[in-house]
Structures are given as structure tokens and as C-alpha cells.
Design a binder for this molecule. Structure first.
Ligand SMILES: Nc1ncnc2c1ncn2[C@@H]1O[C@H](COP(=O)(O)OP(=O)(O)OP(=O)(O)O)[C@@H](O)[C@H]1O
Length: 251
């Protein structure tokens, strides 16, 4: 059965309290995400995208409105939600294996070893267990971060500009890889990106946020079969529509 409200955000607002003035970062966000959906969120710098992901991850609990997963209000970080940031955030003094094990919450040593090996294979890094983060390229380190975020088998993967710091070619490769993982694991994906083409390539739906205070400006269904052809007419048409919406305030 399709679960249209796997993630349900209703009238979410967030104000950062500052000494002299408060910053209204999000205002009246209402958004539902279906189970297994790949949702992309685009918006100008400072519009509150990371704030929204932090609230979904449970790292930020100070907000107004309601945010729930599977009908349960989010009250803090949970194993059913994994998160990947723009920087890999691996611990430099631990090997790849130990970085992933550090995140693993349950299991015997043998089960953990199996899970770690399985997830490294999933991200195409089988055999790199003993490497240290400084022996990996940026793309490889980010793949370890993805493996680490998936190792507790979350229902939802939150991705905060995960490919933003990578070169163009690595970025294209990791886009293919995250799609393959999504198709295999059926994880609900919520990805923030600055890159409209990336959003159209990956998303079932692309949400455009307004400038601060962040609101949902417009949603676009991306009704294109995968694998998507970036230079195809239909792809370019969707990209242009989103681009127009994205830059409407600036033109
Ligand atoms: N801890 C904080 N204290 C005060 N203000 C904050 C804090 N974190 C974020 N903000 C402000 O809230 C707004 C939204 O920030 P946020 O990082 O969520 O935006 P963003 O859309 O992710 O930006 P970017 O695309 O540049 O990463 C910004 O104006 C930012 O300055």
C-alpha cells in the first residue's frame, strides 16, 4: 500500500533566537513525502533547507508546527533516519570499517562485520575496510558517509547537498549510485541541492523554496522514466520550468 504521509510536515516554522534580533528561518512549511519517494528540495542560499533537514533528523527540536515520520512525532535523532552532509564528517583517526562500526547500534561482531562489508559493497567500496579517510578521494569518502548513514537500515535518508563539494564527473557518478541504492533499498530519500539539473535527474518531485523566511514556493512532479536523459527535450523542459521559478524573484 502506498503511504503518502510517510513524512508529514504541517505548518512548520522555525525561529533562531539571537541576542538582538530573531531570525525567522522557516515559515508555514506543509509538505508530505511518500514512502519510497525521492524528493529533492532546491532553494537559494539561506532559505532554510539545512534547517529543515536538521529538524527532520531530530538534531533540532525547537520549532513550531508538527513533524512526524510514520505517524510518530519526531522527538530526537532516530535509527529510522540517516543523514549525509556536504562534508563526509568521517573521524580521521578511524579506518573506514571503524567509522561505520562507530555508527552501528546493534549486533554481534559477526553481524556487524557482515553489515559493514555489505554496505561497503553497496557503495562500491568493497575491500577498503582498512583505509583511513585521508587515503580516500572526496567521492570515496562521501560514499563511506553514505554507507555509514545506511548501515542501521533507515527508512529515510536525509541528504544535505551530499555532492556539493565534489568535482563534476564524480558528482555524476554518485548521482547514478544513489539512484541505484534507492532502487535497491527502497529508502525514502529527501535531498537538498543547489543544482536544479541534479534535482530533475534524481527526484520524483522537486520542491522549490522561497528566499528567507523559507516557504514552499512550488512543487514539480518529475514524470520522466529512469534512467533520465539529461539532454532530452522533456528533461530540459522540466529543468527550464524549475529554473524560471527558482529565479523568478531575482529577474
Ligand atoms: N544556529 C543558527 N543561529 C542563528 N541563525 C541561524 C542558525 N542556523 C541558521 N541560521 C540562519 O537561518 C537561515 C537559514 O539557514 P540554513 O542554513 O537552514 O539555510 P540553507 O538554505 O541551508 O543555506 P545554504 O544553502 O547556504 O546552506 C539563514 O539566514 C541562517 O543565517
Amino acid at each position: 500500500m502506498k503511504d503518502n504521509n510517510h513524512v508529514a510536515i504541517t505548518n512548520l516554522s522555525k525561529t533562531y533566537k539571537k541576542q538582538n534580533s530573531d531570525v525567522l528561518a522557516l515559515n508555514g512549511i506543509t509538505l508530505n513525502v511518500s514512502r519510497n519517494e525521492f524528493l529533492c528540495i532546491v532553494g537559494a542560499s539561506g532559505c532554510g533547507k539545512s534547517t529543515l533537514l536538521r529538524i527532520l533528523s531530530g538534531l533540532d527540536k525547537e520549532y513550531n508546527g508538527s513533524v512526524s515520520v510514520g505517524g510518530t512525532k519526531i522527538s530526537g535523532p532516530g535509527l529510522e533516519r540517516g543523514i549525509v552532509f556536504q562534508e563526509h564528517r568521517l573521524l580521521p583517526w578511524l579506518t573506514v570499517r571503524d567509522n561505520i562500526e562507530f555508527a552501528l547500534q546493534t549486533g554481534t561482531q559477526a553481524e556487524k562485520a557482515n553489515l559493514i562489508a555489505g554496505h561497503l559493497k553497496l557503495v562500491g567500496l568493497a575491500g577498503f575496510e582498512k583505509a583511513y579517510p585521508n587515503q580516500l578521494s572526496g567521492g570515496m569518502a562521501q560514499r563511506v558517509a553514505i554507507a555509514r548513514a545506511l548501515v542501521n537500515r533507515p527508512d529515510i535518508l536525509l541528504l544535505d547537498e551530499p555532492f556539493g563539494a565534489l568535482d563534476a564527473l564524480t558528482r555524476l557518478k554518485l548521482q547514478q549510485q544513489i539512484l541505484a541504492i534507492w532502487e535497491k533499498e527502497k529508502t525514502t530519500m529527501i535531498m537538498v541541492t543547489h543544482d536544479i539539473e541534479e534535482a530533475v535527474f534524481l527526484g520524483d518531485r522537486v520542491v522549490v523554496m522561497s528566499e528567507r523566511p523559507g516557504t514552499i514556493k512550488k512543487e514539480f512532479e518529475v514524470d520522466l522514466l529512469r534512467p533520465r536523459n539529461r539532454s532530452g527535450v522533456a528533461f530540459q523542459q522540466v529543468r527550464k520550468e524549475i529554473y524560471r521559478e527558482f529565479y523568478a524573484d531575482l529577474m
